[in-house]
Each structure stands twice: as C-alpha cells, then as structure tokens.
Design a protein around this ligand. Structure first.
Ligand code: NAP
Length: 230
C-alpha cells in the first residue's frame, strides 16, 4: 500500500490533501502537533473509508520530528509521499522595517527549517519507495520574479527560502521528485474567508504532484499543475 505523510494535516489545505490521497488508496499519516485535532482528522478520514493514522509531529522541534519518524517506522517500512504543508503567518507581519528579528526567526523556523527538518528525518524511509516524492507547500508570495509588494515580508522571505530548500533537495536527491507548490489564495484559517479559491482547488496541484505528475518533474515551482518562475 502506498503511504503518505502530510504535516499540518489537522485542518485547512493539509487536511484536504490527506482526505483526497486517502480516497485514492494511500495509507495516510496525519501529521499534527495537536493530538486532539490530529486524531479527530484521522478519524474523519477513516469514517469516509480511508486508512489514516495520526502521527504527532511539531515541525519546530528536531526531537519531535525524529520521534515521529521512529514511530512511523514501527507501523510501515517506507514512505512514498511527504507533503511539507505545515506553515504559519504571524500576527504583525506587515512592514519589513518594523518587524522584529524574533518574528522573522519564528517564521523561518517553521516555514523553512521545519520542511528541511522533516525531509531530513524521513529521507531513509522515502529512499525505500520506488518513486519518492517531496512536496513543499510554498506561496506565490515567495516569488522573486516580479518583485515584492510589501505584503507579509517575513512570511514571503520564509517561502523564498523554502523554494531554495526545494532546489537544494532536488539536487541532493536525484532519484526523488522534490517540488514547491503555490496553492493560490485559499479559504482557510490562514487565507481568510475572502480568498478566491476553495480548499479543494488549493489541494489540487499538491494531489497531482503526489500521484499523477511525472516522476522526472523535480526541482520546480508549480501552480495549477504548471511550472511558474521562482
Ligand atoms: N491559505 C492560503 O491562501 C495559502 C496561500 C499560499 C500558501 N499557503 C500555504 O499552505 C499551507 C497550509 O496553509 P493553510 O491555509 O491550510 O493554513 P492553516 O489552515 O492555518 O493550517 C496550517 C497548518 O499548519 C500547522 N502547523 C503550523 N505550525 C506547525 C508546527 N510547528 N508543527 C506542526 N504543524 C504546524 C497548523 O497546526 P495547528 O492547527 O496546530 O496550528 C495547521 O494544521 C501553509 O504552508 C501555507 O503557508 C496557504
């Protein structure tokens, strides 16, 4: 059975990706730092006929991440798809010359280092897959092409850096498909209710990269199943 791990799968885009992959027959690992919310999301997927296991993981802490990889390996022997979806946008992230170092550091800790940390811990399990895939959920806000517009600078910098992580991992892991995705502006707790896309639309390219995209497609940044500039 194919396996997939989604971080931040207790709500938003992550939960939808997990549900869709479960419906496609994956044994889903519901990565979440909040036990109650993570278990609930796994139960909801199971109620709809999918196979889902809650995996406690706080991507900010190396111990939590390596512990999660250890727990995972007790249950199955390989990981086919890793979706680094967990992310934050902190309150007050609104003017590059006003934000604190602490706000920038915390944002990078989760959005950039978190994805690298999880990938590093799960590479041995991914390497046991016939076609390993890593999908980093980034943002068009991290694009350098076209220039910044001043919105949420720490968040955007963290996603630019995440795209750098994607490119570096693609070079380091030539047998893997490693890509960044912009889901568009999506109606979640982060995106808000005025966002232009449904959660299903936000999940689409991520699910496509997990299942249907060519394995040779790697080291790219995508939106709507198409490559976009960094
Ligand atoms: N929504 C948009 O318009 C949009 C646009 C572009 C990119 N994205 C990206 O899409 C991804 C998902 O966003 P979303 O809109 O679905 O946001 P969301 O509803 O706020 O969900 C974020 C998820 O990340 C989890 N998370 C945050 N920090 C974590 C940590 N240290 N360890 C484990 N989990 C952690 C949250 O867990 P808790 O519930 O415990 O906080 C939650 O499950 C993010 O990477 C975001 O940057 C979103």
């Amino acid at each position: 059975m194919k396996t997939a791990l989604v971080t931040g799968a207790n709500k938003g885009i992550g939960r939808e990706v997990a549900l869709q992959l479960a419906k496609k027959g994956f044994h889903m690992f519901i990565g979440a730092r909040n036990r109650h919310a993570g278990r609930k999301a796994a139960e909801e997927i199971a109620k709809q006929g999918g196979k889902a296991t809650f995996l406690e993981i706080d991507i900010n802490y190396n111990e939590s991440v390596t512990g999660a990889a250890h727990e995972f390996a007790k249950i199955v022997d390989h990981l086919d798809v890793l979706v680094n979806n967990a992310g934050i946008m902190m309150d007050g992230d609104d003017a590059i010359l006003k934000i604190s170092d602490d706000l920038v550091r915390k944002t990078l800790e989760t959005n950039t280092l978190g994805a690298l940390r999880v990938t590093r811990a799960f590479v041995p399990l991914l390497a046991k897959s016939k076609a390993p895939r890593v999908i980093n959920v980034s943002s068009g806000g991290g694009q350098l092409t076209g220039g910044a517009d001043g919105w949420s600078p720490a968040y955007c910098i963290s996603k630019t850096a995440l795209n750098g992580v994607t490119s570096q991992l693609a070079a380091a892991l030539p047998k893997f498909a490693v890509n960044s995705v912009c889901p568009g502006w999506v109606r979640t707790d982060m995106g808000g209710r005025n966002a232009t896309r449904s959660i299903e639309e936000g999940a689409d390219t991520i699910v496509w990269l997990a299942i249907d995209a060519p394995q040779e497609l790697t080291g790219k940044f995508l939106r709507d199943r198409e490559e976009i500039p960094w």
